[in-house]
Write a protein that binds this ligand. Structure first.
Ligand code: SAM
Length: 404
């Protein structure tokens, strides 16, 4: 056995799809992530990797997440040990995480070490209550069942949001469960439910119904307070997000005269974080509710020089928009895993901002886009940041300077 192997702390290791690298020392995990970034930047972006900085690890390798999404299933995953044992297998439904490679099999989770332990208390209570009271769990085969998903979010300021996703409304099943959760966990600040009767689990197009408390929870990053609504993306590792934004802001070397664009702004996270350093910042995001939150966050923090727009970056970042807001000096871009559409890359090449700060959660698509941007830009620094210990995920900030 390799010396780099360690005893995984989690009882579900090897079965759950969550933390597959938990048997590798954290030092080795970081080393491996650094190598992955170096390889894609060499192979796909064709970069001289002397610009690659040492990866920044997390101080807390457990309990670092502020959001977990659980699924209910009528099919519990049976472990190899159970299958091989002589014991009668109890095929209870399950509430937990997906078994890797099986969209319909859920590993029943008793304790997850990724979020504050209250997440375990809430999830286990919901499982106990629903099973005791005859709620059915969702079948992806028949597309039926009372219980579908559950999202638990929290903040470093101690606030909690819970969203329970039902598959149907029947015989007051919603009221009974929501009342039970509210009674058992009065500390939940924001309690929502959704009735999702579609075949897929996505929630962005679903109506979120506030059952109790506030419509948001609040998080602070540096000087900025963010209201986070149930549909808004927020960086999942709060402490590391501060580091990420400080790196991005440091790379940008923003000046009081700068006009800044923040593409894929979410609820305005980066735009609001750097607003006090620049003349004006404009954020673009496709989820309307996130832009609503961005506008509230702007008011909440008394920020007068930020404007937010809803739409696909590919459509919105057009000549009229640029005429209206002026050419940017600095562009922050933080796209989803798929990276930027080639049209967006081409628009950036036409815009010729002095600096582009490209934040990415997928170094391979980032490397692809960097390769295209090299036509006019020099990549002067790449900073990998580990936001997700025990997983293969890597966040990376690249600084691009317009060639003279
Ligand atoms: C990785 S998140 C970054 C959010 C934000 N920068 C932050 O740090 O919190 C990507 C964001 O892009 C949004 N998004 C995805 N595709 C988009 C598109 N084509 N146009 C505009 N926004 C998009 C998502 O809704 C999400 O909020």
């Amino acid at each position: 056995m390799s010396n780099d192997r360690i005893q995984p702390a989690c009882q579900h290791f090897g079965v759950c799809g969550g933390c597959k690298w938990q048997n590798l020392s954290y030092e080795k995990q970081l080393e491996h992530k650094h190598i992955v970034v170096r390889d894609v930047m060499q192979r796909i972006a064709k970069l001289d990797v002397s610009v690659l900085l040492p990866i920044i690890g997390c101080d807390d390798v457990f309990y670092y997440r502020n959001k977990l999404e659980y699924s209910f299933s009528d099919k519990r995953w049976i472990t190899n040990e159970e299958a091989a044992s002589e014991k009668i297998i109890n095929k209870n439904p399950a509430l937990g995480f997906h078994r890797p490679g099986y969209f319909d099999k859920i590993v029943d989770i008793e304790e997850c070490l990724l979020q504050n332990n209250k997440t375990n208390e809430i999830r286990n209570f919901v499982r106990e209550y629903t099973l005791e009271n005859g709620y059915t769990y969702y079948s992806t085969f028949f597309h039926e069942g009372d219980m579908r998903n559950m999202v638990v979010r929290n903040t470093t300021t101690g606030q909690w949001m819970v969203i329970v996703v039902f598959g149907r409304e029947k015989d007051n099943n919603i009221v009974h469960l929501m009342d039970a959760i509210a009674k058992r966990f009065p500390e939940i600040d924001s309690l929502f439910y959704v009735v999702n009767t579609k075949k897929n689990d996505t929630l962005f197009d679903q109506q979120m119904i506030l059952y109790k408390g506030k419509e948001y929870i609040e998080e602070s990053l540096g000087k900025v307070t963010y209201r986070i609504g149930p549909k808004s993306f927020f960086q999942t590792n709060t402490r590391q997000a501060i580091r990420l934004f400080d790196i991005a802001s440091g790379f940008a070397e923003c000046k009081a005269t700068d006009n800044v664009f923040d593409l894929y702004t979410g609820l305005g996270s980066i735009a609001l974080y750097i607003a006090d350093k620049v003349k004006k910042v404009v954020g673009i995001e496709e989820i309307k509710e996130a832009i609503d939150d961005a506008n509230i966050n702007k008011e909440l923090n008394g920020i007068g020089n930020a404007d937010f727009y809803t739409g696909d970056v590919r459509d919105l970042l057009n000549p009229d928009f640029i005429k209206k807001h002026g050419k940017p000096d600095v562009v922050f871009t933080d796209p989803p895993r798929a990276g930027m559409h080639e049209d967006v890359v081409n628009t950036l090449l036409l815009l010729e901002a002095s600096k582009i700060i490209y934040i990415s959660c997928n170094p391979a698509t980032q490397a692809r886009d960097l390769f295209l941007l090299k036509e006019k830009y020099e990549v002067t620094a790449i900073q990998p940041v580990d936001m997700f210990p025990h997983t293969h995920h890597i966040e990376c900030v690249a600084r691009l300077d317009l060639k003279k």
